[in-house]
Design a protein around this ligand. Structure first.
Ligand code: BTN
Length: 241
């Protein structure tokens, strides 16, 4: 993986570009940019991607797995990034399903896009944006931050190198049908397990207790009636987060 890195000073979106070239590209090809003019976030939001203050990249993957397992790749990417940051003395945690937080605020987001027919995956694009040095967050300042803003330091190249080394390990583990290290990471570095959290559904908040993360990366919660439920996707909120 990451043998083939396509670098752009500026691009609309590394995910958009990766989707365009994926069919003809080798597995593990990475599209990396210094600036995005149309960075995409989850749920149709924009991902502000100014030059020199962050890292924006997308990985093209072609795993032979059933569709139902594809979303676990996002978790592998999140776990890898969290481990890479902690290796560099940055106390990062994972807010399920895939935000990376430092100092209680988001420093990184992941957008996974899948191209599949019936039950065959053509390719998957995992896009990661990391705020390294950004200092102004305007109206997002109570939810978003950067590594430097929180008083930590890291060099872009070192972070990418460590990330790809760990991602390679966890991804190859996953392809061999084992997710031991990823699952342990998701639990050990979770910002939500063992806490009261809110599930957000169409603007409605429901208070639940976060019990566990299952082998598919789903969140297991206990609701107000004491019923154990599996949460497959969506937004959650935590007090103070
Ligand atoms: C989120 O909403 O939390 C996900 C943000 C994902 C942003 C990254 S930056 C690199 C890649 N290219 C994009 O257009 N989006 C992702």
């Amino acid at each position: 993986l990451a043998q083939n890195i396509l670098f752009f000073q500026t691009i609309d979106s590394t995910n958009t570009y990766a989707n365009k070239i994926a069919e003809k590209s080798e597995e593990g090809t990475v599209v990396l940019a210094n600036e995005q003019t149309n960075g995409k976030g989850r749920t149709g939001k924009k991902w502000i991607s100014e030059e020199n203050v962050g890292v924006y990249f997308s990985i093209i993957l072609k795993p032979e797995i059933p569709l139902s397992k594809a979303s676990f790749l996002t978790q592998i990417a999140g776990a890898s990034l969290c481990l890479a940051l902690n290796k560099n003395n940055i106390p990062a945690k994972i807010k399920w399903p895939n935000d990376i937080i430092v100092g209680g605020k988001k420093i990184s987001g992941i957008l996974t896009e899948m191209n599949a027919e019936i039950d065959r995956i053509n390719f998957i694009v995992v896009g990661i944006g990391i705020n390294l040095y950004k200092t102004s967050f305007d109206e997002l300042s109570n939810v978003a931050t950067s590594i430097e803003n929180e008083g930590f330091e890291i060099e872009r190249e070192k972070l990418l190198k460590d990330f790809f080394e760990i991602f390679e390990r966890l991804y190859s583990e996953f392809r061999k049908n084992s997710i031991v290290e990823t699952r342990k990471t998701l639990r050990d570095y979770s910002a939500v397990l063992g806490k009261e959290i809110y599930l957000i559904n169409n603007g409605e908040k429901e208070k639940v207790f976060a019990e566990n993360i299952d082998e598919n990366g789903n969140l297991i919660v206990r609701d107000q009636m004491g019923i154990i439920r599996t949460v497959f996707s969506g937004e959650i909120s935590i007090r103070g987060l």
